[in-house]
Design a protein around this ligand. Structure first.
Ligand SMILES: [Ca+2]
Length: 342
């Protein structure tokens, strides 16, 4: 099977330093909050029954859920720590995320699997370089596997986090995945913030968009890179991706530009931005077309990089609401596109 072979081939390319299952040290077991947490779990279990989830699945699953102790950010003690926590800008962040080694890796992947990636792009109406780039950024090119028990992590975030209602809904979504995909408790793995699979989807996103990208009958976003990429592609497609457009471009702005115009809520055509003095990054004139409404963003403020971004950029923000994330994906996609891979 071509697809099966492809999947194995991908695995061989991936860095193998995978995190294993969670260690006991992150799971609490003996303090007062556990009692309260157990009461909380009983409430969740009752509610899950009303959602129609098989009771034998619930019994075996809930017995394994434990309170997950979240790590706290390190305090700033000295100069060295302060240097390490100095705020980043895109000028320092992008070279850390998109190293030359990563570019070589992702271009080799694209070249080796171009036929399959192009087919994936055609199926979901997304330029494949964006799908590959999103997967590369979210999984650190396959090296970063989520390793914590999703139900314990998400139940704990629903219990003690500041987004309790959000995580409560995600907990029931995760339970539905477990029942629907016939997974064991240990198979349903997440990041510390409850993202599942190689692209760290929210469980509710999985239920709405997960795909069987390699055609083996399972939507295994944990172990199949193609399932993970197809699922992300389906999310982008369902969120309005426009295959005839790209994402945006880096631009230059005049000194006297009204900074309040730098907002996703402000949309203008290229000629309107040109009239305000914006140019391409190389100083040449912006496109003359008037059929697109685009926005100016300055993620690092007026002294940092400036971009005109299009609707597809907004769609990337629907996946993860972070300019640094979206610009990393688009920047990497450009490195896949240029120079052209035959
Ligand atoms: Ca699959």
């Amino acid at each position: 099977m071509v697809l099966k072979k492809l999947s194995l081939s991908w695995v061989s390319l991936l860095v193998t330093s995978l995190l294993l299952m969670p260690t006991v040290s992150v799971l609490a077991s003996d303090n007062q909050s556990v009692t309260n947490f157990n009461d909380f779990l009983s409430q969740l279990e009752q509610e899950a029954k009303t959602l129609g989830i098989n009771e034998s699945i619930l019994a075996s699953t809930f017995s394994q859920i434990k309170l997950f102790k979240q790590s706290t950010p390190p305090r700033v003690h000295d100069k060295n720590t302060q240097v390490a926590t100095r705020p980043q800008t895109l000028e320092t962040y992008l070279p850390e995320i998109i190293t030359e080694a990563n570019v070589i890796t992702v271009r080799a992947m694209y070249k080796e699997h171009k036929t399959e990636l192009d087919a994936l792009g055609d199926k979901y109406g997304i330029q494949p370089r964006f799908i590959l780039a999103l997967w590369g950024i979210e999984s650190n090119f396959g090296a970063q596997r989520v390793s914590y028990p999703a139900l314990s992590v998400i139940a704990s975030l629903a219990y003690q986090g500041d987004q309790a209602d959000f995580y409560r809904a995600e907990f029931f979504a995760a339970l539905k995945i477990l029942a629907q995909e016939q997974l064991e408790y240990r198979d349903l793995r997440a990041s510390r913030t409850g993202g599942i699979g190689q692209t760290q989807m929210k469980p509710s996103q999985y239920l709405a968009h997960a795909q069987d990208g390699n055609g083996d009958g399972n939507k295994d976003v944990w172990n199949s890179s193609f399932d993970a990429m197809a699922s992300a592609a389906a999310f982008l497609q369902h969120s309005g991706w426009k295959i005839k457009e790209t994402w945006g471009r880096q631009v230059r702005t005049p000194e006297n530009l009204d900074i309040s115009l730098a907002s996703l809520s402000v949309k203008k055509t290229f000629p309107q931005w040109s009239a305000l003095g914006l140019t391409r990054f190389d100083g040449s004139k912006l496109p003359n077309r008037s059929d697109m409404q685009v926005s100016l963003i300055m993620p690092d403020g007026a002294s940092g990089r400036k971009y005109l971004v299009y609707d597809n950029y907004r769609t990337l923000l629907a996946w993860k609401s972070s300019d640094y994330f979206a610009i990393s994906v688009t920047n990497l996609s450009e490195r896949i596109k240029y120079p052209q891979i035959d």
